[in-house]
Structures are given as structure tokens and as C-alpha cells.
Design a protein around this ligand. Structure first.
Ligand code: 5AD
Ligand code: FES
Length: 351
């Protein structure tokens, strides 16, 4: 226990730790977890106070040309009814979100060729014109650099693309051969170069993952220095090749949230939907372990169940206003407060 306290203090003071130290904190357990969460909360409060930023998630298409082994909307899942939202429908979601206090819209979808650059830029331009005081975040996967540039020029500001795992051999076990870690990383660096605020992240407890893989995830994030870091437990989906695998560990995910907060004090770290799915109070506990963002769903209720990345996903029956109210209460019960400003990552002034 005293060893752990020392490790936590070193990480808190220096933002870095040896591989062995990080692995010991990941193993955690008992009282050292409580100390780790509390150190992360102290750091988070020093920079962000009790503020929690909200992002409205619009899941606009569940068509996907990819076949990732973990994901429920993979191309080969033929039991899934597919849908796309029109530009008008997406704008309606934004309008509803705006009236509920959202100032960031996250357009998330599968890699759907229907939305050519021209079509997609048209949608981004309409949102930009209608909501000039809002951030537009995209989460639509790997694209050519020119496409990213076109989205940026059309008015998008932020981009979420999890690296999923920073270990090449592990990446290949989670994805078919058509995908590569190399390209994923290239995309992330392009996005940064273009000027997007970038979010990356990984799944915790995905099949075949080892502690060394997680270590490489942390080290990769140290190189990339993203503004936002999203992590959540791997959750099984029956219509995927990983149907027989166990869910990732809730506790390990919490420990990693705290470790990330201590390594990257300024990062925006969401308490994710996957965390709220694996445990009913998962998001509240994520906030208390160092997370400072929540992303309630703004998608139309009729399509929510169809965007099923994993089994038993929460918030699929609720109206947007219900989700907003529900989260407000949850955030307050955890001891924090939702704010409605645009909420970019704070940056350090000197060090
Ligand atoms: N369990 C947990 N997270 C998943 N994602 C996709 N499928 C699953 C799953 N089965 C995550 C991926 C992706 C994000 C949108 O959702 O990390 O980047
Ligand atoms: Fe969606 Fe609670 S956040 S119902």
C-alpha cells in the first residue's frame, strides 16, 4: 500500500512513471484504488473545478464498410436493420440539442460511402451556418487527408478517432487485414496537422489484450498528445466474431481513467456510454475517478436501438430531453455540475 501511495504521488507530481509502476497501478485493488481515484480527482478539480462538459451525440448512420471483429455494426452483421439520417434530420437533432443547452454536436457514424465528401461537407456547412457558436465534432473513421481537410474547411473543429490499440500485432487480431494501425496513426497525425482538436483512445479488456498492450496505449497517447481521450470497457456483441469473449473489467477501466488524468491533467476525458452500460452507476464513478465529459444521446429515438456497437447499450429508449435531465441528476449526485459552454481543452500556460 505505501508503495502504491508513492507511485501515485510520483505520477501526480511528475506526470510520468516507469512501466513497472504503471503496471502496478493498473493491477491496483482495494485501498490503493481509492487513493488513485482521489489523486485523479484532486488534479481534475485543480484544472477543471467541478465542471462537466456535455456533448450531444448524433449517431447518423449505422452503415459501415468495415468489419472490425468487436463491433456490432460491422458490415457482415446481416441481422441488423440499417439506417441513415438525412441532412434535415441531423439538423433537427442539433436544433433540439441546442435548445437543451448543447454547444457541441458529435456526428458519429460507421464508415458509410453514401456520405461522399460533397454530401458530408454540405451537412457540416449547414450546421456551421445554423449554429455558429457551437463546436462540430466528427467521428466517422479513417479517410484520405483531403477529405479531413475538406471537413475542416466546411466548419468542423474536432475529430474523434480511437486508435483502439497501439500494439501492431494486437491491432491485427481485432481487425481484418484491410485495416492497419499504421494507417490509423497516420490519420490521427493528419487530423492534428490540419488543426482539428483531436480525440483518441482505446478499449479496455478487448480480446487478447495484455498489460503490456495497455502500457503501449498510454505511451502512444503520450506521443500523440490528443485533446480528448475516450476509453471504455470492451463489451461483447452476439453478432460478432468476439461473441464468446468476456466483457472488459470495469475496475481496470476506472483505474486507467485515473492514470490518464494524472498523466494528462488537461485532457478531456469522457465517462463513456460503455462505462454506464457495464454498471448502472458507471459514469458517475468514472467522473469521480477523473473524467470530466459526458456525451448524452441526441439521436432520434427510432434509430437508437439500431446503433448497437455492443449488447445492452443504455439510453436507447429515452428522448433527448430525458437523457439530458437524467445525466444532469447523475452528474450532480457524483458531486459535479454540468456546464453548457463549448468546452475546449484547457491548455497549459507555462511549464
Ligand atoms: N465494446 C466496447 N466498445 C466498442 N466500440 C466499438 N465496439 C465496441 C464494443 N463491442 C468502441 C470503439 C469505437 C467506439 C465508437 O466504440 O472503441 O472507436
Ligand atoms: Fe440517457 Fe440516462 S443518460 S437515460
Amino acid at each position: 500500500m505505501t508503495d502504491h501511495i508513492e507511485l501515485i504521488n510520483t505520477l501526480k507530481e511528475t506526470r510520468s512513471l516507469s512501466d513497472e509502476g504503471l503496471k502496478a497501478l493498473m493491477r491496483g485493488g482495494g485501498e490503493c484504488d481509492a487513493a488513485l481515484f482521489s489523486a485523479a480527482d484532486t488534479v481534475r478539480r485543480a484544472i477543471y473545478g467541478d465542471k462537466v462538459y456535455i456533448r450531444g451525440l448524433i449517431e447518423f448512420t449505422n452503415y459501415c464498410k468495415n468489419n472490425c471483429y468487436y463491433c456490432g455494426i460491422r458490415r457482415a452483421n446481416q441481422s441488423l436493420q440499417r439506417y441513415r439520417l438525412s441532412a434535415d434530420e441531423i439538423l433537427e437533432c442539433c436544433a433540439e440539442g441546442y435548445s437543451l443547452g448543447f454547444r457541441t454536436f458529435v456526428l458519429q457514424g460507421g464508415e458509410d460511402p453514401y456520405y461522399t465528401d460533397k454530401v458530408f461537407c454540405g451537412i457540416i456547412e449547414r450546421i456551421r451556418a445554423a449554429f455558429p457558436d457551437c463546436a462540430i465534432t466528427l467521428s466517422v473513421g479513417e479517410k484520405p487527408k483531403e477529405s479531413y481537410q475538406a471537413y475542416f474547411d466546411a466548419g468542423a473543429n474536432r475529430y474523434l478517432l480511437r486508435h483502439e490499440t497501439a500494439t501492431d500485432a494486437h491491432y491485427r487480431r481485432l481487425h481484418p487485414e484491410s485495416m492497419s494501425l499504421e494507417n490509423r496513426k497516420r490519420c490521427l497525425y493528419w487530423l492534428k496537422e490540419i488543426g482539428f482538436e483531436v480525440g483518441s483512445g482505446f478499449m479496455v479488456g478487448s480480446p487478447y489484450q495484455t498489460p503490456d498492450d495497455l502500457l503501449r496505449d498510454l505511451r502512444f497517447l503520450g506521443e500523440l498528445r490528443p485533446d480528448m481521450i475516450g476509453i471504455g470497457p470492451f463489451l461483447t456483441h452476439p453478432e460478432t466474431p468476439f461473441a464468446g469473449f468476456e466483457n472488459g473489467s470495469f475496475e481496470l477501466t476506472l483505474r486507467l481513467i485515473s492514470i490518464l488524468r494524472l498523466m494528462f491533467p488537461y485532457a478531456l476525458i469522457p465517462a463513456t456510454t460503455a462505462l454506464g452500460t457495464i454498471r448502472p452507476d458507471g459514469r458517475e464513478m468514472g467522473l469521480r475517478a477523473g473524467a470530466n465529459v459526458v456525451m448524452p444521446n441526441l439521436s432520434p429515438v427510432r434509430t437508437r436501438k439500431l446503433y448497437e456497437l455492443y449488447e445492452n447499450k443504455i439510453c436507447t429508449g429515452e428522448e433527448s430531453a430525458q437523457c439530458r435531465g437524467c445525466l444532469e441528476r447523475r452528474v450532480e449526485s457524483a458531486g459535479y455540475r454540468i456546464v453548457t459552454d463549448i468546452g475546449s481543452a484547457k491548455r497549459e500556460t507555462k511549464r
